[in-house]
Write a protein that binds this ligand. Structure first.
Ligand SMILES: NC(=O)c1ccc[n+]([C@@H]2O[C@H](COP(=O)([O-])OP(=O)(O)OC[C@H]3O[C@@H](n4cnc5c(N)ncnc54)[C@H](OP(=O)(O)O)[C@@H]3O)[C@@H](O)[C@H]2O)c1
Length: 328
């Protein structure tokens, strides 16, 4: 297997998680790292055994097969743009960008440069999400009428990472950090979302961002959907699909798959493959680097999620008015 040499920009909480995941992938190595502070670079390079780059330009110029981007949301557009222009393949953390125009610019930059751009929407790769998709494709659920999702965790205020509590970096509270994963799951399961109505507000007001956000969706393919997210409510993550023959949902962070058939009064669990979604996402990126294959969650999939977030934001500002999602 050809060894894939990776670099990383953004060496904080998630940079560590990505480096740990790369270490578990056969045929991949993390060679170089960059963040603006020298202290971060030396801590990270010692912890993960890679070379600290002197500057972003030095990272960009290094002979690497791909670069992982784990910097704050507002920086994604410029970092992706700089890497794309230099012809570097990119795996960028979610969300791809914070606005439709920035997300479009990222996709265009990648297209023009002919590089691979993958967005880290890894939760569609979890065992239970894959099982949901199979249940839809096999017709087990019958006609799909609705999708439902929730993603919350208590997180913040974040004194060491104040950008997280800035509403410009995290519009719609937990939606930017967590809800976007479920929006991508929804797209994976039912195709594009066309219309949105959203409410988002502070309740406790402990951080600068919204405490609770909830949205209703209409999918182009017919069903409707509902999604809630919060960074003030204890951990819970689920994606559910309700059909005419059965309903099915993921539980326990995508490790359990539950099905309730039409005539059953209770759900039963079915085995799913345990998957580390972060490792699976990076393994797929390495495979694209080796083969040139198009990523499952490429720039356009990342754009679609940003477009739904943008529609939610416009709707919330308009008191929950129904708004259309922009297409690419
Ligand atoms: N997929 C998931 O489930 C998941 C989970 C958590 C986080 N994430 C994503 O990972 C990304 C980073 O989040 P985090 O929690 O790791 O943040 P973090 O802990 O604050 O780390 C951010 C890192 O980026 C560096 N940085 C900031 N601005 C930069 C710039 N302009 N150029 C280069 N480096 C810069 C920071 O160091 P300096 O200030 O020294 O430059 C720091 O090393 C976000 O997109 C977030 O949504 C994804």
């Amino acid at each position: 297997m050809t060894e894939v040499k990776l670099g990383i920009v953004g060496l904080g909480n998630w940079g560590d998680r990505l480096a740990g995941a790369v270490a578990r992938i056969e045929g991949a190595s993390l060679e170089m790292c960059f963040a603006r502070s020298l202290e971060s670079r030396s801590r990270f390079s010692k912890a993960h055994g890679c070379e600290p780059a002197r500057s972003m330009d030095a990272l960009v110029a290094a002979p690497l097969d791909g670069i992982l981007v784990a910097t704050p949301h507002s920086t994604h557009r410029d970092v992706v743009g700089q890497l794309a222009v230099a012809g570097r393949n990119i795996m960028v953390e979610k969300p791809l960008a914070l606005s439709v125009s920035d997300a479009r610019a990222c996709v265009r930059a990648a297209d023009e440069a002919g590089i691979i751009l993958q967005v880290a929407h890894y939760r569609r790769r979890l065992g239970a999400t894959r099982a949901l998709r199979r249940a839809i494709d096999d017709g087990r659920l019958g006609t799909v009428h609705a999708l439902d999702g929730w993603f919350s965790r208590v997180w913040g205020p974040q004194a060491d990472r104040p950008w997280r509590d800035d509403p410009d970096e995290s519009p719609l509270g937990g939606m930017t950090a967590l809800g976007v994963h479920i929006v991508d799951n929804f797209h994976y399961l039912a195709g594009p979302i066309s219309r949105v109505s959203c409410f988002s507000k502070q309740i406790e007001g402990v951080t600068g961002i919204d405490d609770i956000t909830t949205a209703m969706f209409e999918f182009e393919s017919g069903p409707v959907g509902r999604l809630g997210t919060s960074l003030r409510v204890p951990f819970h993550a689920t994606t559910a699909v309700f059909g005419s023959e059965a309903s099915a949902w993921s539980s326990d962070d995508g490790t359990r798959f539950l099905v309730q058939n039409r005539d059953d009064r209770e759900a039963h669990a079915e085995d799913v493959e345990p998957v580390d979604g972060v490792v699976a996402n990076l393994t797929a990126f390495c495979e694209s680097l080796r083969t040139g294959s198009r990523p499952e969650t490429g720039g356009r999939e990342g754009f679609a999620v940003v477009a739904v977030m943008d529609a939610m934001r416009r709707s919330a500002v308009a008191g929950g008015a129904v708004v259309e999602v922009e297409s690419f």
